[in-house]
Design a protein around this ligand. Structure first.
Ligand SMILES: CC(C)(COP(=O)(O)OP(=O)(O)OC[C@H]1O[C@@H](n2cnc3c(N)ncnc32)[C@H](O)[C@@H]1OP(=O)(O)O)[C@@H](O)C(=O)NCCC(=O)NCCS
Length: 189
């Protein structure tokens, strides 16, 4: 995934704010932790892995070293305020598939940042030859559903009680997908 490093850092202007996009690296460990710890409880409920835990962040960064994950991070005034990640599958029968996750701090939402991060992750997925991108979210994550819908994703499955939150309450999981070969038509962010 190293060729793509040339495209970063880059500056993205949104609603009068200047965001710096770059690839997440090992030096961002503490910033990633601070980012996760700044998320409100309703978002922490649906983190797939607990990024407020330093050990989990270390594992996450290990996945980047191993080439199983790539993440674009957005900084505003030197602070990490959002990321988009692409997780690849280790199993050979899903080697064409990547899972996208986008997370943005509440104070910078609805300005186009999530959509831009998603668009960058699409491009990274295309460059490494992935042909199917999936996004998973709890049914309650309506903003995410709306964003992925606008980017051209379609719902493929609704899986009952597949998610359990930190309070042991279960939630339905929505699986959305996008065919990368249709990138130009669908990703207008
Ligand atoms: C989902 C999330 C990433 C969106 O980030 P964002 O920066 O607000 O997204 P954008 O401003 O780029 O919005 C993209 C599109 O989705 C729409 N959208 C975003 N949040 C929305 C909401 N809560 N309700 C309705 N529409 C919403 C926007 O209107 C926009 O459409 P437009 O381009 O036609 O205006 C952000 O709300 C978030 O981090 N949520 C919590 C984590 C989460 O659910 N992550 C997804 C798991 S994969």
């Amino acid at each position: 995934m190293n060729d793509m490093a040339n495209e970063y850092p880059r500056t993205v202007h949104l609603k009068g704010k200047r965001f710096e996009f770059r690839l997440l690296g090992q030096d961002d460990r503490d910033e990633m932790l601070a980012f996760a710890r700044a998320l409100p409880e309703e978002d922490l409920r649906f983190l797939r892995v607990d990024l407020t835990d330093p050990k989990v962040v270390d594992d996450w960064l290990e996945g980047i070293n191993a080439g199983l994950r790539i993440a674009v991070v957005a900084h505003l005034d030197g602070r990490l305020v959002g990321y988009g990640s692409l997780n690849r599958r280790e199993s050979s029968w899903m080697r064409h598939l990547g899972e996208i996750r986008i997370m943005v701090l509440p104070e910078v939402r609805q300005a186009g940042l999530g959509g831009h991060l998603a668009h960058d992750v699409f491009q990274l997925a295309q460059q490494i030859g992935l042909t199917k991108i999936v996004a998973q979210m709890a049914r309650e994550q309506r903003g995410a559903r709306q964003m992925f819908h606008k980017l051209g994703f379609s719902i493929e499955a609704l899986l009952a009680d597949w998610v359990i939150d930190p309070r042991d309450a279960t939630h339905d999981l929505i699986l959305m997908s996008y065919d990368v070969t249709g990138l130009e038509a669908g990703a207008g962010a």
